[in-house]
Write a protein that binds this ligand. Sequence first.
Ligand code: PLP
Length: 408
Amino acid sequence: MLSPQQIKEIRNDFPILKTKIYGKPFVYLDNAATTQKPKCVIDEVSNFYANYNSNIHRGVHFLSQRATAKYEEARGIVQKFINAKSFEEVIFTRGATESINLIAATFGDMRVKEGDEVLISHLEHHANIVPWQILCSRKKAKLVVVPIDNNGDVKLEELVKLISDRTKIVSITHISNSLGTINPIKQIIDIVHKHNIPIIIDAAQSVQHLKIDVQELDCDFLVASGHKLYAPTGIGFMYAKKSLLDSMPPYQTGGDMILSVAFTKTIFNDLPYKFEAGTPDIAGAIGIGKAINYIQDIGLDEIYEYEKHLLEYATESLKKIKQLKIVGTAKEKASVISFILNSIHPHDIGTMLDMEGVAVRTGHHCSEPIMRRFSIDATTRASFAFYNTEEEIDVLNKALYKVLKLFA
Ligand code: PLP
């Protein structure tokens, strides 16, 4: 596991962690919303704009070729990171949201007909609900939801029961952003594949915590966001099996996704460019490559072990507050703790924690159906990254006692 000395060195890589909030040390526990960026990523992005800013592909001049090479190098880094078979299977997008919209609008449109069903779980982020809802409404198909139990675990026996001849697509999260549940994703993929149904994995909350191997998982699609992976905002990626990408129409159209255009006919570009219309976020892609290199240098196994330890420490620490109730107690959890504290509104808790320098998220966390499932409107969510420390969790604990005292 990462030692305190290693964590100290890691913290030095993140300039923002030295910030003071109202004169107090900044305790950033909102990592499920977005992660902070190491200096090497900030420098890499800035280096692009300072030294070789240029549009990619088709440029014959030196800087354009350099930018193209770095952009494609980043694709290769993502490919290796998730162990995709070929670079053609990695499409840069704006993030998990755009990736799911892409899949629903192209693959979903091809596959789902009137009377068909799309299966999701009760654990989904809105990004993995609304695109399917819109597709189903357009196609007169049905969105079917696999329920969860009181701990926040997906009921696998219900998943098995709900799959039928009408099921055309299953789309499910790997890790819940609001409860932290880690779904047994390989088991779910195997269940779904027994019925020859394609499955999409929303890995927005997992690629930063767990090693992902898309070939071993055998998922059909996998989506993720750069900004939750220590990379810039506005960049992410979609993985899909090549055979599926070959069969899908393009999502957006225009420049870069074509081989040739005439007024009578357009020939689309090869993979992966067929799905990358227009000028992409070049600096963002280069940033994601750097961020992946950075976390791989630390080691994903080490990160997982340390974050697991932090989650256990935080769970024990928060359990000591008898007025606090943790929402989401799944068997396997990632670095997220959602909780309610007496009947104090989470926004009040968040505001008071902020005064103590502690940043958490409050609200429905873009998963309103989960809140309804637990008959609440909102929770306070503390979410951890490998640069967080036990001391920071102690600060949170102490600040929560202050909140209780004020609202007593
Ligand atoms: N899916 C999950 C599980 C998420 O947690 C998020 C963001 O919080 C998303 C999808 C959407 O990600 P983005 O807004 O980066 O596209």
